[in-house]
Design a protein around this ligand. Structure first.
Ligand SMILES: Cc1cc2nc3c(=O)[nH]c(=O)nc-3n(C[C@H](O)[C@H](O)[C@H](O)COP(=O)(O)OP(=O)(O)OC[C@H]3O[C@@H](n4cnc5c(N)ncnc54)[C@H](O)[C@@H]3O)c2cc1C
Ligand SMILES: *[C@@H]1O[C@H](CO)[C@@H](O)[C@H](O)[C@H]1NC(C)=O
Ligand SMILES: *[C@@H]1O[C@H](CO)[C@@H](O)[C@H](O)[C@H]1NC(C)=O
Length: 404
């Protein structure tokens, strides 16, 4: 390692994307440092749906089989419309591998597979600048220190500080009119929901329910954002109360699930996104800096792919970087990265990910806008676009990001 840099590769953010990137690089015998602003590595939002493409990516990282033991496989789906006098039910299929992971399990398994000392907590990055002479990035930290790196990968989520280097400022984020609450309910004697994903809908309120294990159930409620939301979002008791008010007319079983939900995992989230076309007209590399995960493509959760797409990003990025590093040197030796290698690798990564992330983001955008609108004309137009572009509703889970 050169003496004039503090770290070769710095990853900003120890969320799903940052940890997956560090792990993918580690599997390729490339060292990195992950800077996380929180005191501990944690993941808010209870659980995350991981579909077949996500499992393929987790297998590439070598942690698929460990994680499969933590969550049951969802076998089928059922949609229940509560708008009619009598509830109407429609079955729907779920793709080959579909499980709901506890977020804490996912980040813990990733972090546990990294060499000790990789993650530095309590370390917030304020901004990144390229040195006018060396062209290497400098990271300004909130404690006043400046860190010099050769390569920076911004995995710092929706409100990314690194994304502003690419002209993607926080102010360019937009809000869906729908907000989402998520949580867990524990059934000490087992829940009897079998392995079914159930969606219930009444007006503009939707409830999703998925078993994680025989005793633990993950649920989410989407509904139009209210003026009250900004006052209650820090208070789980008030969130739960407000959810149950908007869920009037839902079956007693659903209300009981809400009543018994674990307060410590209950969250209400505003849904931010960047217009999908921003992904087409941006070059996500500046010098030896790039971004990945929600920092690059905040999409809203409507196709349940944001997390899996972040893991795909990590694999493609590590593969591109490793190819450049190993092309240049003897394959078993650790090689210093130079800026030309990193720039070429990042250009390749951005190119490989562009259309995949665009289509995911566009699909999620359409589903989100369909929930947002009260106009039946707009809803009809959206449905028409969706049935043309996304005739196979599971197209996104059939994707394979390739080997690491
Ligand atoms: C309601 C909801 C439901 C969802 N459901 C699903 C689902 O079912 N399936 C799915 O695949 N996806 C889902 N997603 C999307 C998924 O959660 C995200 O795509 C994923 O968490 C993105 O990971 P990330 O690592 O890019 O960002 P984050 O998870 O946001 O992680 C960013 C990390 O960076 C840290 N950080 C931020 N700024 C700085 C800084 N300046 N310096 C240092 N550290 C910093 C943060 O503390 C955090 O640890 C959902 C999202 C929402 C909102
Ligand atoms: C600031 O944080 C970094 C990274 O955690 C650390 O290396 C550095 O010593 C800290 N600087 C000060 C002045 O505390
Ligand atoms: C790496 O390269 C050196 C010389 O370039 C060679 O002597 C050594 O055997 C190589 N290592 C392996 C494991 O191939």
């Amino acid at each position: 390692m050169d003496t004039d840099v503090d770290a070769e590769i710095v990853i900003v953010g120890a969320g799903i994307c940052g940890l997956a990137t560090a792990l993918a690089l580690h599997r390729k015998r490339i060292k990195s440092v992950v800077l996380e602003r929180s005191e501990i590595v944690r993941a808010t939002g209870a659980a995350i749906i991981v579909q077949a493409n996500g499992w393929r990516a987790l297998d590439e990282l070598g942690i698929g089989s460990t994680l499969r033991e933590t969550a049951i496989q969802i076998q089928r789906g059922r949609f229940i419309s509560l708008n009619e006098v009598e509830p109407m039910e429609f079955p729907f299929g779920v793709n080959k591998e579909f499980r709901c992971l506890k977020r804490t399990d996912l980040v813990k398994v990733m972090a546990d597979n990294l060499p000790t000392g990789t993650i530095r907590t309590n370390c917030q990055v304020l901004s990144v600048e390229l040195d006018p002479v060396t062209k290497f990035p400098h990271l300004m930290l909130s404690n006043g220190s400046v860190l010099q790196a050769k390569v920076v990968i911004g995995c710092d989520g929706v409100n990314s500080a690194i994304a502003s280097m690419f002209g993607l400022h926080r102010t360019t984020l937009r809000l869906f009119s729908t907000s989402v609450a998520r949580g867990f309910t524990n059934y000490p004697n087992g829940h009897r929901f079998s392995s079914e994903f159930v969606m219930m809908s009444k007006g503009q309120v939707q409830l999703g329910r998925l078993p994680v294990t025989d005793k633990l159930v993950y649920w989410f409620v989407t509904r139009l954002r209210t003026s009250k939301d900004s006052k209650i979002w820090k208070d789980p008791v008030l969130i739960r109360q407000s959810l149950m008010e908007s869920m009037k007319g839902f079956p007693e079983e659903a209300m009981e699930m809400m009543r018994n939900s674990k307060l410590s995992f209950l969250h209400l989230t505003e849904l931010k996104y960047r217009p999908p076309w921003d992904l087409l007209f941006n070059n996500f590399r500046k010098g030896t800096v790039t971004i990945a995960g929600d920092a690059m493509h905040p999409t809203g959760p409507f196709v349940a792919q944001g997390g899996s797409a972040s893991i795909e990003d990590a694999i493609v990025l590590a593969r591109c970087l490793a190819q450049k590093v190993f092309d240049n040197k003897n394959k078993t030796e650790e090689t210093a990265i130079n800026s030309a290698m990193a720039e070429e690798a990042f250009d390749q990564y951005v190119k490989e990910r562009k259309m995949r992330n665009f289509w995911l983001s566009f699909h999620s955008f359409l589903v989100g806008k369909k929930l947002d609108t009260t106009s039946s004309i707009i809803r009809f137009i959206i449905l028409a676009i969706m049935s043309t572009l996304f005739r196979d509703p599971d197209w996104h889970s059939r994707y394979h990001c390739g080997n690491l």
